[in-house]
Design a protein. Structure first.
Length: 260
């Protein structure tokens, strides 16, 4: 059986689930065809941050509405995928082997960085999912090392699902959806694409200094950190496939990548 990829998926706004006109919504609705069906999914989202790694081990995680001020229909959406306690234990073992202790949490549910895109990719919600918390404050090299530690899951038919947003400046979003793409968002997006194509991992890990308008695209960088986990979990030196490219609200790059 071929190895599963690790993927970076831009999830954007929680409204992604209710906006079928968005190119990203349409892409995600067909994305399951881009890789074989996994036996389980390890999901990582910037919306669950902890000081040290924690893995959700509930057999039936709840849907978490970790946002406010959105239309009522959004709060009626659910994602009743089963949890994956066995996968949680496997992840804890892999992290321990790399010198990183992790805890299990039987109460944590799926935040919108997990359920919003997975609801489009796997609407039947039949594939077990375990979520791993993030430590964005520890920087890019830490995320990359986490990816390397988790890479063996790919041989177990587990999809390493890293959910973020390639550019994430909420203050400068055009909520009307009519503004053209901001030059500074496009420049950052294409810089990332070029460096990934060249597999210049050193430049990517140093993106805060080297990428154009890095601080403007990521006033805080938790939404980009999952990219480095996916990068680390991919085969060293192999350029990823840019499986989707679009923008939402003028400033949100919704690019997605597959790392084989």
């Amino acid at each position: 059986m071929p190895r599963m990829p690790s993927v970076f998926i831009s999830h954007g706004s929680p409204m992604l689930a209710l906006e079928p006109e968005l190119a990203a919504h349409q892409f995600l609705s067909g994305a399951a065809a881009l890789w074989q069906k996994p036996k389980a999914i390890l999901a990582i989202s910037p919306h669950w941050e902890t000081a040290a790694p924690v893995i959700g081990s509930s057999p039936q995680p709840e849907t978490v509405y970790d946002f406010y001020g959105f239309p009522p229909p959004l709060y009626r959406l659910t994602y009743p995928a089963p949890g994956a306690p066995d996968l949680a234990e496997r992840v804890r073992g892999l992290l321990a082997r790399s010198g990183v202790p992790a805890a299990l949490d039987q109460e944590q549910g799926f935040d919108h960085g997990v359920w919003s895109p997975l609801r489009l990719i796997y609407p039947d919600a039949e594939i077990p999912v375990a979520q791993l918390s993030m430590q964005a404050h520890l920087g890019t090299e830490y995320q990359y090392a986490m990816g390397r530690a988790l890479a063996p899951l790919r041989d177990d038919n587990v999809l390493i699902f890293c959910s973020g947003t390639l550019t994430h400046n909420l203050r400068e979003m055009d909520r009307t959806g009519r503004a053209p793409v901001a030059d500074w968002a496009a420049a950052f997006t294409e810089w990332v694409a070029d460096e990934l194509a060249a597999r210049d991992d050193e430049a990517l890990l140093d993106y805060r200094r080297q990428a154009p308008a890095a601080a403007r695209n990521h006033p805080s960088d938790e939404h980009l950190m999952p990219l480095f986990i996916a990068l680390g979990a991919g085969a060293p030196g192999v350029p990823p496939e840019r499986i989707h490219a679009s923008y939402a609200y003028g400033t949100q790059s919704m690019d997605c990548y597959r790392f084989d």
